[in-house]
Design a binder for this molecule. Structure first.
Ligand SMILES: Cc1ncc(COP(=O)(O)O)c(C=O)c1O
Length: 361
């Protein structure tokens, strides 16, 4: 068993003793003691009536941090994306997004199934970008045979592209294309604060070109539930209607928003630690025979690597790691994913590397 030191943030939790090194996802983060206290003490009201002061405070904080006029608290990143798509596109309209976008890959095709939006993919490059020429070429002319292109959707950081962050210059080039063609730009910023930390910029710099941007409170920021969508007052007014029809109107949601406020106040600045830990892991894994990755590719908190030892696949390796108290995810037949977050310390990373080296011998 990989018995690691107590994590100081979790020191009050009984779960802390003999905990596994949890690297499957940053969604595994449990709310901090400060969040639990804020949740217990939250002032609440009925948010569908707009009367929950804690939700209103979270939304105001989120809008300010993204440099937008307004914001909407939603239960999940999936709903944040769907609500945004529904505001920007009508039935039969087209949305251009990356072939590896979370929205395309992992959200049950909700844009088509629920909102009747036609998704058109452009191949994601390994750095999470859509080539600008291919992106622009995918925008349709006004022709009776075609759906109307209404939206470009980007993902920052890009989950399936190894947490790759999209830089301000690229975002500005995409914003330019969208403006020239009079279409909207949505950014799925589930891990936007990781991207901001990677470039050492404010999140609002990465949001500047977006007509709408969402970010998750429940991943690296460790809140138990929730995402926020930000945009103009008009956009948010319509997004609030879309959230309601999807069943996402919550009542005394201030109990959840209170944790989100702690997340924004206390958990953003420490994301650089997660990036350092992910890099430490990537470098260590690259030194273990039988594993393959380019550690320099990983600059935020997500690492993917391949197992290339004959006779060993990702599922076998995950099972062997689990026995050593280390949890990773098999994301392909020979590919594993490891994600750092605030419950994982540098000592945990070393522990995971020792376990991996032992198994791969
Ligand atoms: C990039 C990205 N967008 C959206 C989501 C969806 O978030 P949720 O699981 O809260 O619906 C995820 C979840 O992992 C994600 O990685």
């Amino acid at each position: 068993m990989c018995n690691t030191d107590a994590n100081p943030i979790l020191i009050d939790f009984k779960e802390n003793s003999m905990r596994p090194v949890e690297l499957r996802s940053d969604t595994m983060t449990r709310p901090t003691p400060a969040m639990r206290k804020a949740m217990a003490e939250a002032e609440v009201g009925d948010d569908v009536f707009g009367e929950d002061p804690t939700v209103n405070r979270l939304e105001a904080m989120a809008a300010e941090r993204m440099g937008k006029a307004a914001a909407l608290f939603v239960p999940s990143g999936t709903m944040a994306n769907l609500v945004s798509q529904m505001v920007h596109c009508g039935r039969g309209d087209e949305m251009i997004l990356g072939s590896l976008a979370h929205s395309f890959y992992y959200e049950q095709g909700g844009s088509a199934a629920v909102a009747c939006i036609h998704p058109r993919t452009v191949p994601n490059q390994p750095d999470g970008k859509l080539p600008l020429d291919e992106l622009e070429a995918a925008i349709r002319d006004d022709n009776i045979h075609f759906p109307r292109t209404r939206l470009i959707a980007l993902e920052n950081t890009h989950n399936l592209c190894g947490g790759a962050p999209l830089d301000p210059a690229y975002l500005s080039a995409v914003g330019d294309i969208a403006r020239r063609h009079r279409i909207k730009l949505h950014i799925d910023g589930a891990r936007l604060f990781n991207a901001a930390a990677a470039f050492g910029v404010e999140a609002r710099q990465l949001a500047a070109e977006a007509d709408s941007i969402s970010f998750c409170l429940s991943k690296g920021l460790a809140a138990p539930v929730g995402s926020v969508v930000c945009g103009s007052a008009e956009f948010i007014h319509t997004a609030r209607r879309a959230r309601k029809v999807l069943g996402g109107g919550m009542r005394q949601a201030g109990v959840l928003a209170a944790a989100g406020i702690v997340a924004l106040n206390e958990m953003v600045d420490r994301l650089v630690e997660d990036h350092a830990n992910a890099h430490r892991l990537a470098v260590g894994l690259a030194g273990i025979p039988g594993l393959q990755l380019d550690p320099e590719r990983y600059v935020t908190n997500i690492v993917y690597f391949d197992v290339i030892k004959p006779g060993l696949n990702a599922a076998d390796l995950v099972a062997a790691l689990q026995k050593e108290g280390v949890r990773m995810l098999a994301s392909g037949a020979h590919t594993l994913r490891a994600v750092s977050h605030y419950e994982v310390t540098a000592a945990d990373i070393d522990c995971a590397l020792n376990a991996m080296a032992k198994i791969m011998k």
